[in-house]
Ligand binder design. Structure first.
Ligand code: ZN
Ligand code: ZN
Ligand code: ZN
Ligand code: ZN
Ligand code: ZN
Length: 506
């Protein structure tokens, strides 16, 4: 019987160890409780069975054809159960171990016989004694008397109501005895005291809990995951259908010098500036911002420092010579070349766009779906949305050029303009524009290349929560061809390369 504990290396789940004395005690108690009921049932069922057996009109149409069989089954089962009750008292005190299992099987057989009989009787008997008041009219067919009226006619001093009572009472007692027998059968069959046995008395409880609670839980888990995903996908699709408002920026008009209007006020100074190898050493001691300010002093100085004929080359050279080489960077707000010495610190709230660019990475739909846990509890990416935006509200140091610093008194406007640029950058980033050379936009988890025409899921690499900010596009229609990464050529204030090049990517 070792197979009851499991097959090969497989073992059933561990249950608490049972006590055989408890099993015997329970069976004795139940037997004691049912003995009188079984006795009454057995003799009352015998009486009913005799009546229907002696008068076979009761089981002919229009009456139920199973009347005799159903009464016989209940009678036989209850009479056997009555006898078995007395035998069982003796046997349960002497049988030990596996014998109790067979003891339970006997009770199960008896209860099944009675259950079949009672189930058949249910089709022609009322369920309660109170319904017997209508015994004369119960299931009447045409001119035939009711089943109970006909049965009563075979007995003197009995009417249909009394007969109905006799049949229904036996049926009710039968149900009570079946319950007792089933309980005894259960205790007898599941009487293996071993912890891993499939017949451990506690195992049916475990099954019951698994079926009643586990089934709905499993179903809920499976559907919750899909419905969560579907809900979020629908939100993305809705945003995609609404479309993105295009973000346009005004390009500064190209400077065209009017040579006829240029007056040279200081020819010596102009001559020095006109000679490039004299201008560049001067520029090396200046900041780029100073050169721009210098060029603003007069049209002739502007033409000397930023000559229209050689504009692009001159800008490149001046940028290379000016500012401190070790700390050269770009102003966060206007992208002008700055260095540590020509920037000023403005205290302003953080820029959400910068955070998204630095921290939020795309996830493919497959990886995103996997990140939604099947359970009801939300964990990992699915646990919560990225809440790093809380830190945006705190005041931070922004090292910016003097011009932007002057505007920082109206910080909101300055920042709103920059956020618009970040929004544009995030849209470009979703399409793979502006990534460092040779780098492709890929899923943060499986590293597969992100395709155009798909939904974009964003995950924060600081808190690992999903970023649902509307600064990110919900969808990328197409991916950028490689050469879009190359920066546009422009004037001194316009970036030489895509803005994205100037951010730390990882
Ligand atoms: Zn500088
Ligand atoms: Zn600036
Ligand atoms: Zn984000
Ligand atoms: Zn976050
Ligand atoms: Zn992936």
């Amino acid at each position: 019987m070792s197979c009851l504990t499991g097959c090969g290396s497989y073992k059933h789940a561990k249950m608490p160890e049972a006590d055989e004395k408890g099993t015997v005690g329970c069976i004795l108690f139940l037997r004691f409780c049912e003995v009188i009921v079984v006795g009454i049932l057995a003799f009352a069922a015998k009486d009913n069975y005799q009546l229907v057996k002696d008068h076979d009109q009761l089981s002919r149409p229009p009456y139920n054809k199973n009347v005799i069989l159903s009464q016989e089954l209940l009678y036989a089962g209850s009479m056997a159960a009555f006898g078995w009750t007395f035998v069982g008292f003796g046997l349960i005190l002497t049988w030990k171990g596996w014998a109790i299992f067979w003891y339970g099987l006997v009770d199960l057989t008896l209860s099944l016989v009675m259950a079949v009989g009672a189930a058949m009787q249910a089709s022609y008997l009322p369920a309660t004694l109170t319904t017997c008041k209508k015994a004369d009219t119960w299931q009447v067919h045409g001119d035939y008397p009711s089943f109970f009226a006909l049965a009563a006619s075979y007995r003197s001093r009995e009417d249909a109501n009394d007969r109905c009572h006799s049949f229904v009472l036996v049926w009710i007692l039968g149900v009570v005895v079946i319950v007792f027998q089933m309980l005894i059968a259960y205790i007898g069959i599941f009487s293996d005291i071993r912890e891993y046995s499939i017949l451990n008395p506690y195992r049916p409880f475990a099954w019951f809990v698994v079926i009643v609670f586990g089934g709905p839980y499993w179903l809920a888990c499976a559907t919750v995951r899909r419905s969560r995903f579907l809900y979020r996908l629908l939100k993305k699709v809705a945003r995609q259908l609404r479309g993105c408002k295009p973000i346009e920026f005004e390009k500064p008009p190209k400077y065209v010098p009017n040579y006829s209007g240029i007056k040279i006020s200081n020819p010596k100074l102009e001559n020095i500036f006109n000679i490039e190898h004299l201008l560049l050493p001067i520029a090396s001691n200046l900041h780029y911002d100073d050169l721009i300010n210098l060029s603003l002093t007069s049209k002739s100085v502007r033409e000397a420092v930023f000559p229209a004929g050689d504009y692009e080359h001159r800008v490149r050279k001046l940028k290379a010579y000016s500012c401190n080489n070790n700390t050269k960077s770009r102003c966060e707000y206007c992208n002008k070349q700055v260095c540590a010495e020509c920037t000023q610190c403005a205290r302003m709230p953080g820029l959400a766009g910068l955070r998204h660019l630095q921290l939020c990475r795309p996830s493919c739909t497959k990886c995103y779906f996997k990140s939604i846990r099947p359970g009801l509890r939300r964990t990992a990416i699915d646990k919560r949305q990225c809440r790093c935006w809380v830190s945006d509200a705190s005041m931070q140091d922004h090292w910016i050029c003097a011009e932007c610093y002057a505007k920082s008194k109206f910080g909101f406007e300055l920042q709103a303009a920059r956020e618009r640029r970040y929004k544009k950058q995030l849209r470009e980033y979703a399409q793979g524009i502006g990534l460092p050379d040779g780098q492709k936009l890929e899923c943060r988890t499986c590293k597969t290349e992100m395709q155009g025409g798909s939904v974009r899921w964003w995950v924060c690499s600081r808190c690992f929560g999903e970023c649902t900010s509307h600064m990110h596009p919900a969808h990328a229609r197409v991916m950028a061809p490689g050469d879009l990464e190359k920066g546009e050529e422009g004037d001194a204030e316009a970036p030489k390369t895509s803005w994205l090049k100037f951010f730390q990517w990882n």
